[in-house]
Design a protein around this ligand. Sequence first.
Ligand code: DLL
Length: 435
Amino acid sequence: MAMLNEREETLSREELERLQSERLVWQVKRTYERVECFRKRMDEAGLTPDDIHGIEDLHKLPFSYKKDLRDYYPYGLFAEPLKNIVRVHASSGTTGKRIVVGYTKNDLDLWADCFARMLTAIGATDEDVVQVSYGYGLFTGGLGAHDGATRIGATVIPMSSGNTPLQIQNMIDFGATILCCTPSYALYIGEEIERAGLKDQLKLKAGIFGAEPWTENMRREIEEKLGIKAYDIYGLSEILGPGVGCECEYQEGMHVWEDHFIPEIIDPDTCEVLPKGATGELVFTTITKEGFPAIRYRTRDICSLDYTPCKCGRTHVRMRKPTGRSDDMLIIRGVNVFPSQVEEVLLSIGGGEITPNYFITVDRVDNNDTFDLDVEMSEAFFADDVKSIAAVERTIAEKLRSALGLGVKVHLVNPKSIARSEGKAKRVLDKRKLS
Ligand code: DLL
């Protein structure tokens, strides 16, 4: 298959490391001069940019965290004045405020290239019709895929997510050949198509699915239901959005575009860098991004890196499918959810009807994620007024919908009926079988 940036995608390891070293030195210097949080951490570690000569010094640099985005909300981590930022995106933080990231024009170009490299890697061209069914808006999925498909000159159908009957109708009428959405939504669309007996009217040949963990079994099911090849794509808002890592035609791990991002695997407890091939937490340093540079950003995603050569000829390392997280973030219907966000909403509800004791149960029924929340009512409310339970449940569900952007089934339960634990409270049961 063709490559979008053949020279960059096939650099030898030495050339790649030389380029990474140059770019890292540039990024560290610039971020030190422009971003207070990074400068403070470097100062605390007794480091200056002059101590960083290349990738051999990467391990000396301080880590950065999701929490930093909250502490410097909204723009405090940007390395460019707002007049040079042409777009912002946002994603869930651990509490009420979303985390905000910003892009310069060059950043948007680099993002479009990263996504377009993948499209090219799976054989897409300007003849293709790309249906983008990731959500458009603050989420990076929709616009990320949109710009990538535009970059290769494909015809974009900017559907956004939802309204499945229209998705299917447009897919057929407009002759979509490539579908971009979350894997769980792809499976759902596939089921609906199967139910309606419309599979033979599809022109689809491939799908680009990511934003949440998925299994090889799901891949086979999607491929079978839609009659396509299903490819995995990885990314996160803090580093870029979709396109940090992308599968090629061989579907044996996602190439991380190492001319833009340096990946490391660390032990999440000791923070030691682990040897090549080991499984641990993925950490990224962006070496070309201008607006929102990230130095040794702790993704909390658990996976491993494969440095063996790929049959496609690309030299960039491949990340294995993330198998879990080192924090408590859940991804429900493609939306990132932290239990602390739920807790914050419960605490914000006055009136004395409920307590902040809750339990989240996540499951997958008919390929759709379900999200159930048990909340203990207060003794006073229980004794007084059992009739208005439904109204309180509705209020909680509405507040959660506006805080998380997700529908939640809320169940008020009797006082003291949620098990107390002696150690760290266990507040989540994820019944989805993802490994
Ligand atoms: O989910 C970006 C994206 C959009 C990627 C569309 C792929 C396709 P966030 O909302 O910031 O960004 O969520 C990032 O989602 O840290 C992972 O935990 C998870 N994630 C993303 N892609 C995958 C994947 C987008 N292919 C968080 N497999 C990340 C497993 C994934 N988990």
